[in-house]
Ligand binder design. Structure first.
Ligand code: MN
Length: 203
């Protein structure tokens, strides 16, 4: 008998990220879309080789519907966790700032590359800031439920560019949604993902 995966709790009230992300979007995106991925995953893994696996293991290895639903649960957990209504700083500091400097030359350059990856992604998917084993950072663009763990890379920061993430608030203006997201990022959470290599086991 496997232990069911549960919804990761939000760190803020549903209306706290407005106007960047409205309460209505959170209620559908977190409350309906993510809940459906969690429910589907729990149903699909029953009686399979993944019944006792961690979310990270499943998201990294499973194919087909199990891989897609596990990927979406992991990706959304990372996405919702990285926001705060009251960021302590407007850009990265410490180890993360250093790694960004080393890998991209500047924060502005990283931001530009992340925005470009997220804006130009055709259809549904995710833009990622990822780290390799030596903490070298890169930007990746992935379709649908794909995630960096499948490519031996660690997810550090992610932007959901499925239309359900922004359509209620921004309609077709994906670039406006993306540029607003930068103002609600909790850089301590993002830095934690870089520094603590096992942080994803918590999901
Ligand atoms: Mn989503």
């Amino acid at each position: 008998m496997s232990t069911d995966f549960v919804m990761q709790k939000l760190r803020y009230d549903e209306d706290a990220l407005a106007p960047v992300i409205s309460a209505e979007t959170i209620s559908f995106h977190y409350g309906k879309h993510l809940q459906t991925y969690v429910n589907n995953l729990n149903k699909l893994i029953e009686g399979t080789e993944f019944a006792e696996s961690s979310l990270v293991e499943i998201a990294a290895k499973a194919q087909g519907a199990i891989g897609n639903n596990a990927g979406q649960v992991l990706n959304h957990n990372l996405y919702f966790e990285q926001f705060t209504p009251h960021p302590k700083c407007s850009e990265p500091k410490g180890n993360l700032a250093e790694a960004i400097q080393k890998s991209f030359g500047s924060f502005a350059e990283m931001k530009q590359k992340m925005n470009a990856a997220a804006t130009s992604l055709f259809g549904s998917g995710w833009a990622w800031l990822c780290a390799d084993a030596e903490d070298k950072l890169s930007i990746m663009q992935m379709a649908n439920a794909d995630n960096p763990l499948r490519r031996g890379s660690r997810p550090i920061l992610t932007f959901d560019v499925w239309e359900h993430a922004y359509y209620l608030d921004y309609q077709n203006r994906r670039a406006d949604y993306l540029s607003a997201l930068w103002s609600i990022i909790d850089w301590d959470v993002v830095e934690g993902r870089l520094v603590c290599h096992n942080v994803f086991q918590d999901f």
